[in-house]
Design a protein around this ligand. Structure first.
Ligand code: PEP
Length: 265
């Protein structure tokens, strides 16, 4: 039985003051949650949020990291720095950070949001840097609308899963949280049908099984992400291959995020 894990990705939203207000409302609403709860605030609020949630059932995560420990990498944050702020988790390979073919998409459109040029190679470097520093990575994978329409969903998702895990031992792989996030469903209000989300989470699990065997595959947690809301959370979280949710927009509203957390089976 895998514990449900609900993570909130606040993206580039909020100040320390708004984070405090959000958490002040959220903490009592989820005090008895059976799910594991993670919040991933913007980096400027990590320390504040870490202090506020210190004695609660909420864990802290970063939204991204750079794979080097330190040096001339302007604007970047290392795994060690996230640890220093009390992070236990970090998102890697979010579709907003990925660019297909290693560079940002040439045609930025509302359905292709890939700003920071992450490739499968850099996502793997980030994931390994996280694991090497005892941070649990939340590895995001997912197809664009064009890839889905071309019938390539399963191959894209399996390839991203395997590439993200390159040179990762079975012992480490079992710690990784996967998030199947169809790019076309992120921030669009268009949720993937629960049966299809469950099926593609199964594709992720099969890719893990091909690399490490069924024991590891059955142990890993696979979240669904993409327009998860209180009104679709119960159905999604009840699916056998969906072990939680990575929540963007709804994680900025305490009542909505709490309802999703409390929808855990
Ligand atoms: C996300 O950014 O990971 C996400 C799933 O966003 P949203 O819930 O807003 O679609």
């Amino acid at each position: 039985m895998r514990q449900t894990i609900i993570a909130g990705n606040w993206k580039m939203n909020g100040t320390r003051a708004s984070a405090e207000a959000l958490l002040g409302e959220l903490i009592p609403l989820i005090a008895n949650a059976s799910a594991k709860v993670i919040v991933c605030p913007t980096s400027t609020a990590l320390e504040t949020v870490g202090d506020i949630i210190a004695d609660t059932n909420i864990a802290l995560g970063g939204q991204d990291l750079f794979w080097k420990a330190k040096g001339a990498y302007t604007g970047q944050i290392s795994a060690g720095m996230l640890l220093d702020l009390g992070c236990e988790y970090v998102i890697v390979g979010h579709s907003e950070c990925r660019g297909r073919f290693g560079v940002p998409e040439p045609d930025f459109t509302p359905t292709i949001l890939a700003y920071f040029g992450d490739s499968d190679t850099t996502v793997n470097l980030k994931l390994r840097a996280a694991l090497a520093n005892n941070l649990i990575p939340i590895l995001c994978v997912g197809e664009t609308l064009q890839e889905r329409q071309a019938g390539n969903t399963d191959s894209v998702v399996a390839a991203q899963t395997k590439a993200g895990l390159a040179e990762v031992s079975a012992e480490d792989a079992v710690e990784v949280i996967f998030a199947y996030e169809p790019v076309w469903a992120i921030g669009t209000g268009e949720v993937c049908a629960s049966d299809e989300a469950d099926r593609v989470c199964g594709v992720v699990r099969s890719a893990v099984a091909e690399l490490y065997g069924s024991e590891v595959a059955e142990a890993v947690h696979i979240q669904y992400g993409g327009s998860v809301k209180p009104d679709n959370a119960i159905e999604l979280l009840a699916k056998p291959n969906i072990d939680g949710a990575l929540v963007g927009g709804a994680s900025l509203k305490a009542q909505d995020f709490a309802a999703i957390v409390n929808a855990a089976p």
